[in-house]
Design a protein around this ligand. Structure first.
Ligand code: NAD
Length: 550
């Protein structure tokens, strides 16, 4: 992967971009940052006000304006507008203020933005491929002007914990790819957001005059499969070697697509595999506090969907790596869904993806009873039902464990199983806590806890970078396991002391580079990479990371 410079981007255009066209091209525009010499050379004289601002001064101005806006949605809109005007400046401020801006361009604000997508729509970004584009998807992909190396694609059916948002879900691939660029330095021209607009079953969107997508019910069955297959085939033909990340598909589709493609082409599903790695890293960090081994834990999930089963699979693999048999490891992982504990003899049966986690056990109808019955050392909430880690649930975990592991991972904030303050308060400050949504530090009984987000954004940027840099043919579970170990190793002693199970987010580019190295190593070791490894893999990875500057 070579990071294209300004001259290269410009030379890919039919004519050198000058004058007003330059100011309108977000990849090349520097606004008032163009120097006196550039203004003369590029036909900009008179098109800009006199005063030249440095990038630093522009960034300060943007942040001042941003902070004066009344709410997060307006901040999202303002950031989007900057992204559309001046990509370098947008990514500069995201990189330099990641703690503050990630929640605005990704969860939780992106959830609200997707709900309001048609109403706040200004400029399109990425490709919208409709069900009626069957037979010409390659032509649509060729309309994209840049050499994509990474596609994030959704069909909008399960956006965060918000359900079917149809084409409005485009906010998610756009936000994720912004994080790929900010957190792992994947160049913006290498990133392509794609919406597979197969309709929506969301009646309120179908009746919304400003809904952006096709006004029809979702395409399903064989027609859906053939449509996705044409997209995948066309994407690989138009952008050879491209990495495809499936994002926010409803769970049947997500499992089906991952299963269909994972052993054949370079794909992964972040909701399943990225989530798994970030949660496993959090468990490894928790072990640094308790001093125990992962293979001694018993984990109970609330939720049995993509996130839960993805995490469960990787936890089981990690327990096996610590010496347990598969049967022993499986006995340490239990799931509760909307119908209670996932057990073999459930009346009405179980869907296929839940069967592998079903135990021989009498039925248990609710989560609290499941906790009292199974006595888990950790609970992981990924059911997208807000408030389900009730005070009683938390108190029970604290009665059963000296240091209960409490991961409330559902997004957005309204769906969180509990807040940070609830987790600490109801466990007497003993919870080893990770959250899906951002929370401020919590002061309790003279101690300050700093909860950190168990957010995939610690994992997927580095995995994507490692995959692209190595040119891997496949993205494997071993790579996600390596990513989890790497992330956990980067948590400092100071982090652990204050209750943080993840590194500070401002270290994300360092984290992503290290994860990319770990992923690329697996690719080289397993013969999946293109070519031979560079002598200094870390140095090479770092040299491939785009740094947004003029
Ligand atoms: P999913 O639709 O695949 O799974 C949801 C599961 O919850 C299903 O198994 C469903 O049966 C179960 N469920 C629904 N209501 C329930 C109830 N009342 N009690 C118990 N279980 C119930 O969705 P998913 O992809 O697994 O995502 C779930 C949540 O996890 C979402 O909020 C998502 O945003 C969040 N998530 C967070 C991260 C992160 O980085 N923190 C990553 C992935 C997913």
């Amino acid at each position: 992967m070579n990071v294209p410079d300004r001259a290269e981007i410009r030379s890919t255009a039919k004519e050198a971009v000058r004058g007003i066209a330059l100011l309108r091209d977000p990849l090349l525009n520097r606004g008032t940052g163009f120097t006196e010499q550039e203004r003369d050379a590029l036909g900009l004289r008179g098109l800009l006000p006199a005063h030249v601002l440095s990038m630093k001064a522009q960034a300060e101005r943007v942040m001042t304006n941003l902070r004066s806006l009344p709410n997060d949605l307006e901040k999202y809109v303002a950031l989007n507008a900057l992204h559309d005007r001046n990509e370098a400046l947008f990514f500069r401020i995201v990189c330099d203020n990641i703690d503050e801006i990630q929640p605005l361009i990704y969860t939780p604000t992106v959830g609200l933005a997707c709900q309001r997508f048609g109403h706040i729509f200004q400029r399109p970004r990425g490709l919208f491929i409709g069900a009626n584009d069957r037979g010409r998807i390659a032509d649509l992909l060729r309309n994209w002007p840049y050499p994509a190396k990474l596609i994030v694609v959704t069909d909008g059916e399960r956006i965060l914990g918000l359900g079917d948002l149809g084409a409005n879900g485009m906010g998610i691939p756009v936000g994720k790819l912004s994080l790929y660029t900010a957190c792992a330095g994947i160049h913006p021209t290498h990133c392509l957001p794609v919406m597979l607009d197969v309709g929506t079953n969301n009646e309120s969107l179908l009746n919304d005059p400003y809904y952006v997508g096709q006004r029809q019910k979702r395409v399903t069955g064989a027609a859906y499969d053939e449509f996705v297959d044409e997209f995948v085939t066309a994407a690989r033909a138009v952008f050879p070697g491209v990495l495809i990340q499936f994002e926010d598909f409803a769970n049947q589709q997500a499992f089906h697509l991952l299963h269909k493609y994972r052993d054949k082409i370079c794909v992964f599903n972040d909701d399943i595999q990225g989530t798994a790695a970030v949660a496993l890293a959090g468990l490894f960090s928790a072990m640094r506090t308790t001093g125990g081994k992962l293979s001694e834990q018993k984990v109970l999930f609330l939720g049995a969907g993509e996130a839960a089963t993805g995490i469960a699979d990787l936890v089981i693999s990690a327990m096996i790596a610590e010496g347990l048999s598969e049967a022993e490891a499986r006995l340490r992982v239990w799931l509760v869904d909307s119908r209670g504990l996932v057990v073999k003899n459930r009346a009405g049966g179980l869907t296929e993806h839940k069967m592998r986690y079903a135990h021989e056990h009498p039925p248990v109808g609710d989560f609290l009873t499941a906790i009292r019955t199974l006595k888990p050392t950790g609970i992981i909430g990924v059911a997208a039902v807000g408030g389900t880690f009730t005070p009683e649930v938390l108190q029970t975990m604290a009665e059963l464990n000296t240091r209960p592991i409490i991961f409330a991972l559902s997004n957005p904030t309204s769906k969180a199983e509990c807040s940070a303050i609830e987790a600490y308060r109801h466990t007497g400050g003993r919870a080893l806590f990770a959250c899906g949504s951002p929370y401020d530090p919590v002061a309790l009984d003279g101690k300050t806890f700093v909860p950190r987000q168990g957010n995939n954004s610690y994992i997927f940027p580095g995995v994507g970078l490692g995959a692209i840099v190595s040119g891997t043919r496949l993205v494997t579970d071993e790579m996600f396991m390596a990513a989890a170990h790497t992330l956990a190793q980067l948590v400092s002693e100071a982090d652990i002391k204050q209750g943080s199970l993840y590194p500070a987010l401002p270290r994300i580019r360092e984290v992503s580079a290290q994860i990319a190295v770990a992923v690329a190593k697996v690719a080289y070791d397993r013969g999946l990479a293109a070519g031979v490894p560079p002598n200094d893999l870390l140095g090479y990875v770092q040299s491939q990371m785009y740094d947004p500057r003029y």
